[in-house]
Each structure stands twice: as structure tokens, then as C-alpha cells.
Design a protein around this ligand. Structure first.
Ligand code: SAH
Ligand code: SF4
Ligand code: F3S
Length: 440
């Protein structure tokens, strides 16, 4: 019998991709493949790709160009994820050494597709389009962290923002049954997980196929699963952000003090051009609900700088929104034109230089806001979940409920175990992290 087949997988992009890879790994291992850490040691090399911005996509094709000699040695290549779904069979033309192209809606067929490749097929595809109703549920998930794990509760996106590839790469919105989510949460708790992160491109657009629980009810239910100490959820879409989500956070201690609510722009005009389906005022109303919570909830966001038609005045409105909301973190990117999207044909594109300038101005302002925000934690005692040790600095790396990095010392010779929770007093602050000492 031939020796065990091996595979290497590398993941690009968002948490949904990271979690999909965990499911792909579990599925392949169940079908007799062994995972290896290097491309050299692998028979099968998989890239789980992202195409959200042009740079992310180019990275993948750049890699695939180098593989002629490895192919001759008998290695096979597969492209998974969003570039795979977006480019489909064109990938075989651009990268002739690729044998497998599969989007996320087809992963349950991976074992069959791999059998075809073993039998000599050179162009195998799994490119189910927007029609699928299936979610990728499997009991073979190989989670990489034994304490903190993801559960995808909704896949795909039906929002069609003018700039975005996701509705084309991940198909239509489809939710997983809430009971199945809760069963998985319980199984995770039973095997030692204490933190669960619920995932979806728009996690709060969740609709229970059985109609048993709203998103807020599901959140609350996961938050009371015995053994679960922290629950996070990402990404929330402002249009579907309802007040009962804040009420759930107030009512259930395990729900973390953090909401990621991407605004994209502070100008209602730009939001309309982006087809975001909310105005600046409606967004700020939701921020108001979050600020009225009994607990202090940390806010983070995503912003696109230089969307077509964004004037200097529109950009000023985004800067003004930053001042008003006082986010604890902002993921900001220059607008990147993407295939298939309506924004491609929009007038008034902004020169690259100007986009870069706006992005820098925004990041500078935000850094100052964060410096002040983080400073407010000085002297507080926060609960940190231990993630690991930073040997270079002799510090324990922890994370707070608000999702802030808290590096600390304990004064003990033995470091606390990853996954444990400790009270830590904050002694120093930076714009992106906190430093502290564990209480004895
Ligand atoms: N569903 C989430 C976001 C998913 S994509 C939401 O609607 O908020 C993650 C982030 O990538 C987006 O929030 C957006 O800020 C950024 N992004 C998406 N398409 C982009 C593009 N074409 N150019 C630049 N940034 C983009
Ligand atoms: Fe993209 Fe908009 Fe869907 Fe978010 S809501 S994934 S930005 S289309
Ligand atoms: Fe990228 Fe696809 Fe996620 S485009 S950001 S990997 S949904």
C-alpha cells in the first residue's frame, strides 16, 4: 500500500477562511491525509485564498507561478476560497500547474474531488454558485486553538455593496440551525473550550432556518452554555444591528464587551453610492444604543478611503465620525476596484496618491484617539485570558473581554497556562496594547 498522502494548507483572508481551513483540515485528515508543515513535505498543496482587495489576489497568483518544478516532482496544487470562486476555470489558464479549483460552497465534495486528482484528473472544479442552500457543517473540524474556537452561523452575503466581491465569491446568505450551533457550542465546552466566536460575513443578519431563535437570542443562549466564559461575534452589519443585541450583552455576562461595526464612510452620500443601506444618522443611532449599555462596550470599525466620488468634504465627514465615535480600533483600507462589482464603472475615481494621503491622515488621527482611549485603562483591573508567552519580553500575552491585548508579568517562576483567566492591573498603556501585572 502507498504511504499516507500528505497535504500542506495556507490560509489568506478573514476569520471565515481561517475557520473553513480548520474544517478542510479535519475533513482531509478523516479521509486519510496527513497534514505537514512545509510545501516540500507535501503531496498536495492547498491555498485558501482571499480576493477582497487586489493585493490579496495578486499574492496568490504570484505564488502559483513558482511551481513548475514542484509539479514535475509529482506535487499537486489546489486553489480554494474566494479567488477560486471568483476566477473559476480561468485559474487553469493563469496557473497551469493547478489541478483543483474550489469555492467554499463546494468543500463538502473535497474528498471526491481529491480522488479524481489521485486518479490523474488535471482540472477538477467545485464551483457551486449562489444557488446553494447548504452550509459547510462537518464534525471533523480541526480547531487550531484548544481554548478559543470559531463557529460559523451564517455563510454568504446578499447585501451587494457596490465595491465588494463577497456576494459573488461566497454565494447567498444561508444560516445554520440555532440548535445545531448550540449543540456544537456544548460539544466544544465539553472538550475544554471556554471562548466561542460566532462568525458570519454579516453575523447579525442571522435567520434561524427553524425560526426558533433570533440572533440576539442565539447569542444569549451560547453565552449560558455551561463552561463557556466568553462569546464574541463578528462581523455585524449596521443595517441589521438591533437593540436587543445590546440588551443581550447587558443581560449575559459571558458576552464580551466589544462590537465590531463597520461604517465604511461617515458621509451619507458615499454610503448611498456604496449601497450600504444606512445613513450616517442611522449608524450613529446604533452607536448611541451601544453607548447606553450598562457595561462599557468597546467599538471597532472598518473604513474605505477614496471610494469613487468621495470628495474632500465627504472625507472630512468620516474624520468627524471618528472624533464622535472614539473607536478603539479601525481597519482602514484604500478603495480597491474589484471584478464583477458595480463600483468598477463608477465615475470620479480618486487618484492612488490621494487615496494614500487620506488613508494616512485617517490612521494618524485614529492613533491619537486610541492613545487617549487606551490611557483610560491605567490602574484598572481587567480579566485577561492567557494566549501565550512572549519570551523576548518575558511577558505573558493576554486578551481582555474588550478584545484588547494585555501583556503582563506575574512575578511567578512558572507562566500561567494558555487558556487560563487572571485579574491583571494595568500599569502602562499604548495606542494598541496594555501592559500590566497579575494580581497575586
Ligand atoms: N460584511 C462586512 C465586511 C466584510 S469585508 C461588512 O459589510 O461590514 C471586510 C472589509 O473589507 C470591509 O468592511 C471593507 O472595509 C473592506 N473592503 C471590502 N471590499 C473592499 C474594496 N473593494 N476595497 C477596499 N476595501 C474593501
Ligand atoms: Fe461585502 Fe457589503 Fe456583504 Fe459586507 S455586506 S460582505 S461589505 S457586500
Ligand atoms: Fe477575503 Fe473571502 Fe474573507 S474575499 S475577506 S476570504 S470572504
Amino acid at each position: 500500500m502507498a504511504s499516507r498522502k500528505t497535504f500542506y494548507i495556507e490560509t489568506f483572508g478573514c476569520q471565515m477562511n481561517v475557520h473553513d481551513s480548520e474544517k478542510v483540515i479535519g475533513t482531509l485528515e478523516h479521509h486519510g491525509y496527513a497534514r505537514v508543515e512545509t510545501e516540500e513535505a507535501a503531496d498536495l498543496i492547498l491555498y485558501n485564498t482571499c480576493s477582497i482587495r487586489d493585493k490579496a489576489e495578486q499574492k496568490v497568483f504570484h505564488r502559483l507561478n513558482d511551481y513548475k518544478s514542484l509539479y514535475r516532482q509529482g506535487k499537486r496544487f489546489g486553489v480554494l476560497g474566494c479567488v477560486a470562486q471568483q476566477e473559476g476555470e480561468r485559474i487553469f489558464e493563469r496557473a497551469p500547474f493547478v489541478s483543483l479549483v474550489s469555492g467554499s460552497a463546494s468543500y463538502r465534495k473535497l474528498p471526491e474531488m481529491l480522488v479524481q486528482i489521485e486518479q490523474g484528473a488535471t482540472r477538477v472544479t467545485g464551483l457551486d454558485d449562489r444557488q446553494t442552500e447548504e452550509t459547510f457543517e462537518t464534525e471533523f473540524t480541526a480547531r487550531s486553538n484548544p481554548h478559543r474556537g470559531y463557529i460559523t452561523i451564517i455563510e454568504g452575503c446578499d447585501k451587494f455593496c457596490a465595491y465588494c466581491v463577497v456576494p459573488y465569491t461566497r454565494g447567498k446568505e444561508r444560516s445554520r440551525r440555532s440548535q445545531s450551533v448550540l449543540d456544537e457550542a456544548q460539544r466544544m465546552a465539553d472538550s475544554g473550550f471556554t471562548e466561542i466566536q460566532l462568525l458570519g460575513q454579516n453575523v447579525n443578519s442571522y435567520r434561524d432556518p427553524d425560526g426558533r431563535r433570533t440572533f440576539a437570542e442565539l447569542l444569549a443562549a451560547v453565552g449560558v452554555v455551561p463552561g463557556i466564559r466568553r462569546v464574541r461575534f463578528t462581523t455585524s452589519h449596521p443595517r441589521d444591528f438591533t437593540r436587543d443585541i445590546v440588551q443581550a450583552i447587558d443581560a449575559v455576562p459571558a458576552l464580551c464587551d466589544h462590537v465590531h461595526l463597520p461604517v465604511q464612510s461617515g458621509s451619507s452620500k458615499v454610503l448611498r453610492l456604496m449601497q450600504r443601506e444606512y445613513t450616517r444618522e442611522q449608524y450613529l443611532e446604533r452607536i448611541g444604543w451601544i453607548r447606553e449599555a450598562k457595561r462599557t462596550i468597546s467599538l471597532t470599525t472598518d473604513i474605505i478611503a477614496g471610494f469613487p466620488g468621495e470628495t474632500a468634504q465627504d472625507f472630512e465627514e468620516t474624520m468627524d465620525l471618528l472624533d464622535q465615535v472614539q473607536y478603539d480600533g479601525v481597519f482602514a483600507f484604500k478603495y480597491s476596484p474589484r471584478p464583477n462589482t458595480p463600483a468598477l464603472s463608477m465615475a470620479d475615481s480618486i487618484p492612488e496618491e490621494e487615496k494614500s494621503k487620506r488613508l494616512q491622515v485617517l490612521l494618524d488621527r485614529q492613533r491619537e484617539i486610541q492613545r487617549v482611549n487606551y490611557e483610560k485603562h491605567l490602574g484598572e483591573v481587567l480579566e485577561a485570558m492567557v494566549e501565550g508567552v512572549n519570551p523576548a519580553r518575558a511577558q505573558i500575552v493576554g486578551r481582555t473581554s474588550q478584545n484588547k491585548t494585555l501583556n503582563f508579568t506575574t512575578g511567578q517562576p512558572i507562566a500561567p497556562a494558555p487558556g487560563s483567566y487572571l485579574p491583571v492591573r494595568v500599569t502602562k498603556t499604548f495606542p494598541n496594547s496594555l501592559v500590566g501585572e497579575a494580581l497575586a
